[in-house]
Design a protein around this ligand. Structure first.
Ligand code: TPP
Ligand code: MG
Length: 907
């Protein structure tokens, strides 16, 4: 494992001595066995480490607790009271789910996840998790999504929630939306949950980047986050998600000793065992240790200590090491005799070791994750690890459904069980020793009762006192500002209004310039967080490296190869740019950490995450959804947008649908700007919307293109009641009115399609006497949402004067056909087609899969070039009888369009 043959390439300076050591080892193996040999080697390694002989760490250790009992610290809590409190919480969490499912069959909820992890959380609540009451950012705790009932149950005991609230678990409609969300959703419970976690893998990933962002803020001297720790609770099954483990090496590389993962290793996921034929804890240990983490295993409860102490032969350790998880799961559901016969029994030494224990004793030998002393020791060690530079993973072995009785505990179906019979509830009550609090008669009532100790009880006082000492209740989301942000000055945006003159530039270049201006702004500048996943050169953003510097927690320890160049690769510990490397998921996690900083720590930060638009919504759509749930604010910039504007890259790179995907995210303001002044306006207004007076919890998505053309001057408003800014922001405005001509038409363009639209308008006028108005459609999503709202209002107010959707108001009274063209799929403009009922509406777009070719070839292929726009307009005019169909045919021929050409959609 350590050498893999490489040892033979090292010089042996004393072969005789080497031989002696090897012979000794051979003798030990032969005479005393392999276990003894392993022991001696471990001792040697330990001694070597103590003597500073650097040596690669082994990636796995035996299947026992990392902290032996003699090293356990004093447990400072009141064991008895904490046990009582845990019992109440366990009870209420279970009853809450049971009651919800009695009232509404199938409403769901989970009993067994929290049942397995109650102690994991309670140790944190009573002794570790720091709140924000003292005016600090506090700790950031990511709760396992399916453990939500337990978190509600504690809040109930603390009197943050009442019985009605618990009865509204998963019933979020009505009660003014004050139900308890199924899982941690800040979007639904903005005063309670901070971090959405339920989509497996996203919790750990975003927690990791949160810890990194704390360091970023500290190193940039924006906020003192040095005392904040990030705790992420996750399932062992969840570790199969690539997002869970995919970034752990970053945590070690960045020395995030402010990060703790607590993995609830109940050995089960939804359908069955996580690793029936292996050992998930060992596997995770190797993975985390290999990545440079500090790993603490909490496998066995205190009652095993005595047995391990007597295991002088190593037989017990060997049995622990060789038993697979499927067998361990079996032991949880079988009786003590089965354990005696099958775990201990086959080896006479082990049988003898437990001969003094009854079957019941054997059944009650608990797993470490249910032992608060062991857990306390592990958490303490994690805290004390601060300064080591290593993040900590605590791997806790638990039983899924622990205390819920034989029918539920450890069963393969346990994850899905949501109901309990009266008899099962009685067993639970007895198991939790709640006979005094909950009588048999109580259990016979229609609904099992909740229980919470009175305010003057010692239990209540204890838990409140503990939370007070630790800085207040958790979880709690607040938007109290600790460090206010000031908006950028208008100067930042000014230059974009005057256009680029003769110079051809792209909207991407315009945006990069804008980003630099924003970062230079005296007050606002430091709050700008540029995020890029190894694509800065593609977007021309490498020009920002030298000025803003790339964040590197260790600074730059080398002179870069391009040190003498203007655009050198400059890293600094207080660098501003998060150059994430090739991880769109990690970049999005940084976007979320920065975009929620206004709430997480009361320090608004403004992320600008620029990515290859194809690898945005499509690649990390679930994280974008999570950002919406987390109420993240900021800007997503889909660069190299469009299926024909990015020409050479082909099918995997050309994005013609991110705007379709963006249309599915309610909190996303999606724009497809054509010109630099539009980009600047949208960014300025977006900052105001998110960070100014209205403080909307939304984020913006802007497409940016890499096609160069002269950027026009910002036009005057075409509507006396609205400024040009309002017009740009509303999603559609008249960019150029129609010249007087025989026929009329409207061409709507977005993004890079504007040049084809302008060329088509010119040809239509010159050759066919059609005067076209040109509209810039900056956001069909916004137009549609506004139209839907009006439509609904009209439906529900039948006796009042009908209102008109904005898009109807703008277009429906116009003359001639409408042709809408963009570099995206036809469905994008089609979103508003039915709101313009009295005119024909033809969308042109890039349906089909991309391919590599020149822009002009691609635009012909997808039928969005000027000739196709001309044909579309003429065809509609012919349909309405304004011109003859031969005119259309002539245009098709003249432009060399092959009418039998295969449709791009099908290719
Ligand atoms: C991305 C994703 N896929 C699937 C699910 C459905 N799901 C919910 S819980 C669960 C099993 C969780 O097992 P584990 O992580 O071991 O947690 P435990 O409940 O055992 O603590 C699954 C598959 C989900 N929530 N998210
Ligand atoms: Mg599990």
């Amino acid at each position: 494992m350590l050498f893999d043959g490489s040892i033979h390439q090292l010089p042996d300076t004393d072969p005789g001595e080497t031989e002696e050591w090897l012979d000794s080892l051979d003798a030990v193996v032969e005479v005393q066995g392999k276990t003894r040999a392993r022991y001696l080697l471990s001792r040697l390694l330990e001694r070597a480490r103590a003597s500073q002989v650097s040596f690669p760490a082994t990636v796995s250790t035996p299947y026992i607790n990392s902290i032996s009992s003699e090293y356990e610290p004093w447990f400072p809590g009141d064991e008895h009271l904490e046990r009582r409190i845990r019992a109440y919480i366990r009870w209420n969490a279970a009853v809450m789910v049971v009651r919800a499912n009695t009232k509404a069959e199938g409403i769901g909820g989970h009993l067994s996840t929290f049942a397995s992890s109650a102690s994991l959380y309670e140790i944190g609540f009573n002794h570790f998790f720091k709140g924000k009451d003292s005016g600090t950012p506090g700790d950031h705790v990511y709760f396992q999504g399916h453990a939500a009932p337990g978190v509600y149950a504690r809040a109930f005991l603390e009197r943050r929630l009442n019985e009605d609230d618990l009865d509204a678990f998963r019933r979020e409609i009505g009660r003014h939306g004050r139900g308890l969300s199924s899982y941690p959703h800040p979007r639904l419970m903005p005063d309670f949950w901070e971090f959405p976690t339920v989509s497996m893998g996203l919790g750990p990933l975003t927690a990791l980047y949160q810890a990194r962002f704390n360091r970023y803020l500290l190193n940039r001297k924006i906020d003192d986050t040095s005392a904040s720790r990030v705790w992420a609770f996750l399932g062992d099954g969840e570790c199969d998600e690539p997002e869970t483990l995919g970034s752990i090496s970053l945590a070690a590389r960045e020395q995030l000793d402010n990060l703790v993962f607590v993995v609830n290793c109940n050995l089960q996921r939804l359908d069955g065992p996580v690793r029936g034929n292996g050992k998930i804890i060992q596997e995770l240990e190797a993975t985390f240790r290999g990545a440079g983490w500090n790993v603490i295993k909490v496998i066995w409860g205190s009652k095993w200590d005595e047995l391990l102490a007597r295991d002088t032969s190593g037989a017990l350790l060997n049995k622990m090491n060789t038993t697979v998880d499927g067998e361990f799961q079996r032991y949880t559901v079988e009786d003590g005799n089965y354990i005696r016969e099958n775990f201990f029994g086959p080896d006479p030494r082990l049988r003898e070791m437990v001969s003094h224990l009854s079957d019941e004793d054997l059944q009650n030998l608990p797993r470490g994750g249910h032992d608060y002393r062991k857990l306390y020791a592990a958490y303490r060690a994690a805290i004390e690890n601060t300064g080591s530079g290593r993040p900590t993973a605590i791997l806790c072995k638990t039983v899924k459904g622990w205390t819920l009785g034989d029918d539920i505990e450890g069963r393969n179906a346990t994850h899905q069980i949501k109901k309990m019979t009266d008899a099962q509830l009685k067993t639970l009550r007895d198991r939790l020793h709640l006979n005094e609090e909950i009588s048999d008669a109580d259990l016979e009532a229609e609904d099992p009762p909740y229980y919470r100790p009175p305010v003057d009880s010692v239990e209540y006082q204890y838990m409140i006192e503990r939370r007070r000492a630790l800085g207040g209740a958790m979880p709690r989301r607040t938007t109290t500002v600790r460090k206010a942000i000031s908006l950028p000055s208008d100067e930042v945006f000014k230059e974009f209004e005057t256009g680029s003159g003769e110079q051809s530039v792209s909207t991407t270049m315009g945006f990069t310039r804008l980003l630099r201006n924003l970062a230079r702004d005296k007050d606002f500048g430091e709050r700008v967080v540029p995020i890029i996943p190894d694509e800065a050169r593609t977007f021309g953003m490498d020009s920002l490296f030298r000025e803003l510097k790339i964040y590197a927690s260790q600074g730059q320890k080398y002179e870069p190869v391009d040190h003498d160049m203007l655009l050198k690769y400059a890293e600094a510990s207080d660098g501003q740019i998060l150059e994430e490397g090739i991880t769109e998921a990690g970049s999005l996690a940084s976007f979320i950490a920065a975009g929620t900083s206004y709430a997480t720590r009361g320090v608004p930060m403004v992320p600008f995450y620029t990515f290859y638009s194809m690898f945005g919504f499509q690649r990390v759509g679930d994280l974008i959804w999570q950002a919406a749930d987390a109420r993240a604010r900021g800007f997503l910039l889909g660069a190299t947008a469009g299926r024909t504007t990015l020409h050479g890259e082909g099918l995997q790179h050309q994005d013609g649908h991110s705007l379709v995907l963006a249309s599915t995210v309610p909190a996303c303001r999606a724009y497809d700007p054509a010109f630099a002044y539009e980009v600047a306006t949208i960014v300025r207004e977006g900052i105001k919307e998110m960070y100014g007076e209205s403080l909307s919890d939304v984020f913006y998505y802007l497409t940016l293109y890499n096609e160069n053309y002269p950027m026009p001057v910002m036009p005057e408003s075409s509507d006396s009641n609205k400024s040009i800014v309002e017009q740009i922001m509303q999603g559609l405005y008249l960019w150029k009115s129609a010249p007087t001509a025989k026929h009329r038409a409207s061409i709507l363009f977005s993004g890079s399609a504007h040049s084809a639209a302008s060329a088509a308008a010119a040809e239509l006028l010159e050759r066919y006497g059609v005067g076209c108005e040109l509209w810039s459609a900056t956001s069909y999503k916004l137009l549609r949402e506004q139209a839907l709202e009006v439509e609904r209002w009209n439906r529900l107010h039948p006796e009042q004067q009908e209102r008109q959707p904005l898009v109807t108001e703008l277009l429906d009274g116009g003359a001639g056909p409408i042709v809408a063209v963009s570099d995206f799929m036809r469905i994008v403009p089609e979103q508003v087609a039915r709101f313009v009922p009295s005119r024909s509406f033809t969308p042109l777009g890039t349906d089909g899969m991309g391919r590599s070719d020149t822009r002009s070839a691609l635009r012909r292929h997808f039928e969005i070039d000027a000739p196709h726009i001309v044909v579309a307009v003429l065809h509609e005019l012919a349909k309405s009888g304004e011109i003859k169909s031969e005119v259309v045919g002539e245009a098709i021929k003249r432009h060399g369009i092959d009418p039998e050409m295969a449709f791009a959609l099908h290719q």
